[in-house]
Write a protein that binds this ligand. Structure first.
Ligand SMILES: Nc1ncnc2c1ncn2[C@@H]1O[C@H](COP(=O)(O)OP(=O)(O)OP(=O)(O)O)[C@@H](O)[C@H]1O
Length: 899
């Protein structure tokens, strides 16, 4: 981007910039890293490099306007009315936009003298994390702005603060080096603001590179811990933060940085952020970014929502519901009581299909009041936002009526109380004031209903009557002049005027009543004193009406904001009801079941299914999903040693369904802990505190690591962090290196999980040699995915049961994939050789499965002989040599090398 500071020449050689350009340059200099939307009438104009960039990014025309330092000034513009669309594209493209408005009436500027420029100022910096407009936001997704603070250098205490400016949510979470990436992944920020002192921090580099354009560095003073508490107090207008809960200093620093950043982007507009809520670290299941990606919880491969678990299970009928469900999926709970509370609500909703349908009907198309409220608070709201609040009140009454007199579970009861929270006078005021058809913007009025205000009705009557008088006047003028084509018209330049065909113009002029205003190719335009007078009266009545409407807008806005807390509670209650009803709908339609979730170490799933694969198979219309059992519960009680969860070692053919089975069990744990029902016939889940899943290739090559390296880094994290409450799901660890090394690593990793981590785990592998481990490791059992061979074809049964797979059927799968027959034939030949070698091979090494694999891995060619020089060297005994022997041997060896 052009360094604008350079273009401001204090002593321009070729003449000073125009006053307007001087103003532009001065403002732009303060926002070197944002595109400046400079308001000129009905357009936002961009100049210089900004214009070039915007025209490229938006596909809008690049023009010129005047000269600066002797060169043309590139210019591009977007109409104010459609600026939201352009903003959306720019923000999605990674730009920040400074919106510069006219902040005084042009008439004021004129008073200062002919050359004065209207005063302008940046009123808002639009960044990915600070959007509030409906058009710029996904209704089903929260838009999080987050800050990361650290006190005490690279190993110091850390905290993340995050808010959704569009809904007012504000949370602060303590974190540490181990869990930082997982916590950031849960928040999934659209923008993460960090102090620039972290810029060179090696440990944070992978995080930063993953965030890409969502990352923003700001000066460290924004994160100052010493003044943080005071800054937070000032924002909330309180003397102390004691009433907010106990926050550590670093947590306050993160929170204050967030408030500070909002100040830098929102300027005078003050968002209504709720009081910060502390995220207790142990309250949620810890899920690292690789696990989230592998399980495709809220985003599928490629970052899209479509195909993710969220997409499959989201039956919500309102934006607030979808957002809440997404947030619950990002933060599964660990406290059984809280989980049970949510389950109770879902279970209750499954019990009465008619009631559930009525509830969902009442929630359908619910306006997004959380976002409307935020826009109103930032003074960016319009009449429709007030309308949204009014309508939400009606929906709340409708819902309350449906549930009236019923015995409801705690979560539903609380939601009902919250629905009744907003004052009834507010609903009455909005209902009596707003009209039926609400325009998007308030500027042109027309949103206050008739009968709401006598003064307004009076002004409107006057305006409308004057318009009728205009019609009468036209009839009279036609009669008086005899010109039948005479019309009274209006435009923004002339106001009201009389228009006649050019040929009749002279006769009008001759009357002396009509004064000439304009001659066009085919028409002449006139005005009369009567018309001017009428116009004056219409304009006056119009402006009185508009002024009154704007006054009423302000009054309604103030009333809404005065009840902001209650309205937020109401909005939240809608979301909770929607989620409970949606999960119940899902449970009923998909035949899901309520899992037992307790503090044991059980993990028993009967008839479990993978919700996304099952849905895809259903859509495909082919064979249905084969349900499977999984039991990782501690082996039967009664032993003296504290029991720990079990490990299943899963072998089976390629394409047999191993990955699906692994993932489905992890997903069932997540679903159970968000308080949902699960796709199974029966499930008993002892709370999982951390979930690790490595299924499918993860691709971190962008961070400069090879696939194998990434796999090892991730395996290291699991082996270092998993505890007895953890659930680990690992697929084909060790596949990205030589068989020998890979098998050894997989072997050792399973031993470690069993002996040290003692966690519940599912481990899928193609190293069949590992199944021998079950003889040594008491809590490890072998499971396999069954296939049937039929007339040389392999039939996948997708059934998981105890046992060991005898082979991988890789070649059959390769055939299905369309490998050339000649390659398949050769592969069969090589496999035959290998298997023969394995059968005939003897010796003690074969007792250990590891070494039989090593043998199997050897290529089917005669072992290469070591070089002769090496053989000769091996025969040498240096201790028995004279110096002369040694010298001769050296010459001999050298000779051998040369041969
Ligand atoms: N339980 C099931 N019921 C029906 N179809 C299934 C089931 N499990 C898997 N499938 C189907 O089989 C396909 C392959 O499954 P999956 O990827 O889990 O196999 P895999 O054993 O992990 O294979 P590989 O070892 O080659 O990675 C899936 O895409 C799905 O369509």
């Amino acid at each position: 981007m052009l360094d604008i500071a350079r273009t401001i020449d204090p002593s321009p050689v070729e003449g000073a910039p125009t006053p307007m350009m001087a103003q532009y340059l001065e403002i732009k200099a303060a926002y070197p890293d944002a595109l400046l939307f400079y308001r000129m009438g009905d357009f936002y104009e961009l100049f210089f490099e900004d214009a070039v960039e915007a025209s490229r990014a938006l596909g809008i025309t690049l023009t010129k306007r005047g000269k600066h330092l002797g060169a043309d000034i590139p210019m591009a513009g977007v109409p104010v009315v459609s600026s939201d669309d352009y903003l959306q594209k720019l923000i999605a493209g990674g730009y920040r936009v400074a919106v510069c408005e006219q902040v005084e009436d042009p008439a004021e500027a004129k008073k200062r003298g002919g050359k004065s420029v209207v005063r302008r100022d940046v009123v808002r910096l639009v960044t990915p994390g600070t959007l509030t407009e409906e058009a710029l936001l996904d209704p089903a997704r929260a838009n999080h702005l987050a800050t990361l603070a650290r006190i005490g250098g690279p190993r110091g205490a850390m905290a993340i603060a995050f808010c959704d400016l569009s809904t007012g949510l504000f949370r602060i979470a303590p974190t540490d080096e181990d869990r930082l990436f997982a916590d950031i992944a849960a928040v999934d920020p659209s923008e993460l603001v960090v102090p620039d002192t972290m810029r060179e921090d090696e440990a944070l580099r992978p995080l930063f590179s993953r965030l890409g354009r969502a990352l923003r560095f700001e000066p460290a003073v924004l994160f100052d811990g010493a003044s943080a508490s005071e800054r937070l107090c000032r924002f909330y207008g309180v003397a102390t933060l004691d009433g907010f809960g106990a926050f550590e200093r670093v947590e306050m620093a993160a929170g204050a940085a967030l408030i500070g950043y909002l100040g830098r982007t929102q300027f005078e507009a003050r968002p209504t952020l709720m009081r910060p809520e502390r995220v207790e670290p142990d309250r949620f299941m810890l899920i690292d970014p690789a696990t989230r990606a592998s399980l495709e919880l809220t985003r599928a491969v490629g970052g899209r929502r479509q195909g993710s678990l969220l997409d499959t299970i989201d039956r919500c009928v309102s934006g607030a519901g979808s957002r809440l469900l997404a947030s619950r999926l990002a933060f599964p709970l660990t406290a059984t009581a809280e989980i049970a509370r949510r389950q109770d609500a879902v279970a209750w909703m499954t019990g009465d299909n008619r009631l559930r349908r009525s509830l969902r009907e009442a929630l359908k198309g619910l306006p997004d009041i959380e976002r409307a409220l935020s826009r109103l608070a930032l003074d960016r709201g319009g009449p429709r936002d007030l309308g949204a609040v009014a309508e939400a009140g009606e929906r709340a009454r409708l819902l309350a009526g449906l549930l009236d007199g019923r015995e409801v579970p705690a979560e539903v009861g609380e939601a009902l109380a919250d629905l009744a929270a907003p004052p009834t006078e507010l609903a009455a005021f909005l209902g009596a004031t707003l009209g039926d058809e609400l325009p998007l913007r308030r500027g042109e009025g027309g949103f206050v209903g008739s009968g709401a205000c006598e003064r307004l009705d009076e002004a409107r009557r006057l305006r409308d009557e004057s318009r009728l008088v205009l019609g009468d006047l036209q009839v009279r003028y036609i009669a008086e002049t005899g010109v039948r084509a005479l019309k009274i018209r209006h435009n923004n330049v002339l106001g009201y005027f009389v228009e006649v065909p050019e040929a009749q113009g002279a006769s009008l002029q001759a009357t002396g009543v009509f004064s000439h205003r304009q001659t066009l190719a085919s028409a002449m335009r006139f005005t009369t004193p009567e018309l001017a007078d009428l116009e004056g009266r219409i304009a006056e009545a119009g402006s009185i009406a508009l002024k009154r409407e704007l006054e009423l807008f302000s009054a309604m806005r103030a009333a809404v904001l005065a009840a902001a807390d209650e309205l937020r509670r109401m909005a939240d209650a809608f979301g909770r009801l929607d989620v409970a009803a949606a999960l119940a709908e899902l449970a009923v339609s998909g035949n899901w079941t309520r899992p037992i979730v307790d503090d044991s170490l059980a993990f028993r799933v009967e008839g479990g299914r993978h919700p996304v694969v099952e849905a895809a198979l259903k859509r495909g219309g082919g064979a249905g999903f084969v349900a499977n059992d999984c039991d990782l519960s501690p082996p039967a009680a009664g032993r003296r040693r504290a029991a720990h969860g079990a490990i299943w070692l899963l072998t089976g053919p390629n394409m047999g369904g191993k990955s699906t089975f692994l993932r489905q069990n992890a997903l069932i744990a997540v679903l159970a802990q968000i308080g949902a029902f699960v796709p199974a016939a029966h499930a008993h889940i002892g709370v999982v505190d951390r979930l690790f899943s490595r299924v499918g290739a993860s691709d971190d090559l962008a961070e400069g690591r090879s696939t194998f390296m990434v796999e090892m880094v991730e395996t290291a994290a699991i082996l270092n962090q998993a505890g007895e409450r953890t659930l680990v799901v690992l697929d084909e660890i060790g596949r990205g290196t030589a068989t020998y090394d890979g098998l050894s690593i997989a072997f050792a990793a399973v031993e470690h999980l069993h002996e040290v981590n003692r966690c519940r785990a599912l481990f899928a592998t193609h190293f069949h040699e590992m199944t021998a481990l079950s003889a040594r490791l008491s809590r490890l059992s072998n499971a396999t995915v069954r296939v049937r061979e039929w007339e040389g074809e392999v039939v996948f049964l997708h059934e998981v049961g105890p046992g060991v797979a005898d082979r991988s059927y890789g070649i059959q799968v390769a055939r299905l994939a369309g490998l050339p027959p000649v390659v398949l034939d050769r592969a069969r030949q090589v496999l035959g050789e290998l298997e023969k070698g394995e059968r005939t091979g003897g010796g003690t090494l074969d007792d250990l499965p590891l070494f039989s694999a090593a043998r199997a891995a050897a290529p089917p060619v005669a072992a290469a002989r070591p070089p002769p020089a090496l053989e000769a060297l091996r025969a040498v005994d240096p201790d028995a040599m004279t110096p002369r022997d040694a010298l001769e041997t050296l010459y001999r060896l050298k000779g051998l090398l040369g041969s």
